[in-house]
Design a protein around this ligand. Sequence first.
Ligand code: KMH
Ligand code: ZN
Length: 272
Amino acid sequence: MEKLIITAAISGAEVTKEHNPAVPYTVEECVREAKSAYDAGASIIHLHVRHDDGTPTQDRERFRVVIEAIKKVCPDVIILPSTGGAVGMTDDERLQPTELNPEMASLDCGTLNFGGDEVFMNTETTIKNFGQRMIDRNIKPELEVFDKSMIEMAIRLGKKGFIKSPMHFNMVMGVNGGIGGDLRDFSFMRHSLPADATYCVTGVGRYAFTLAMLAIIDGGHVRVGFEDNIYLSRGVLAKSNGEMVEKVVRLAKEFGREIATPAEARQMLGLA
Ligand code: KMH
Ligand code: ZN
C-alpha cells in the first residue's frame, strides 16, 4: 500500500482558545503548532490565519508572514492554505492566499449549512472561478467535499475544464449540515470518487480517529488537527496538533502503513 500522507489542519477559522487553549492565533503560535505536527509526521499543513485576537482573516500579507515563519522551521513541508476562510467572507477575500502561488490550496465544492444557522456559500460560479484561478497559477486543489453531491459537482466541473485530473479530494465528514461519519457514509463517499483520484479523510469531532482508521486500512490519507477536533480521546483535550498526528502515526504503524515524507507526498500528489 502507498505510504500515508498526514495533513494537520492546525488552526481553522471557527475553533477558539475557549474550546482548547492550544488553538493558535499568533504567528509564533502557528509556528509552534505546525512544527509539532511536522515533527510528528505531518507532511501537509492546512492553514487558516487569524489576527492576534483570534479573528479569522484571509489577508494575503498575514498568510505570507505565517507561511515564511513556518517554512523557517519546517523547510520542506507542503503548505495548503484555505480558500474557504470563514463563513460570510467574499470570494475575493477568500482567494487572497492564492496570490502567493502555494503548491496546493483548498477548493470547496458546494454550499452547506455549517454547524447550525451559518451557511457556507460556494455557488457553481464560485467553484468555477476558484478552479480556474488554481489552473492559471498551477496550484493543485484539494477538493473539500462535505457530502456526495459535492463529489458530483467536482466531477461535472472537471469535465468542463475547471478542475484537472487526477483529482485529490478531502472528504470532510461529520460537520453539522454535511454527511455523517459512520462506516456506511465513508463507504458511500469513497466509492463515489473517480477511479484515478487520491483522497484524504477528515473526521470532525468524535469521528476524527475512527475515520482516520478507515482511511489507513483503505489506502487513503488522513487529516487531523484543531480545525476539526480538539480532543485526543473522549474528554481529553489534545495538548497540540502534534499529539493528534502522533496518534495517527501509531494507528498507521499498527496496520503496517508507513508515513510519507513531504518529498514522497509531493510525488504521490503530482506536485514534484
Ligand atoms: N471555515 C469553513 C467555513 C476550507 O478551509 O476550505 C470552511 C473551511 C474549508 O474551513
Ligand atoms: Zn479549512
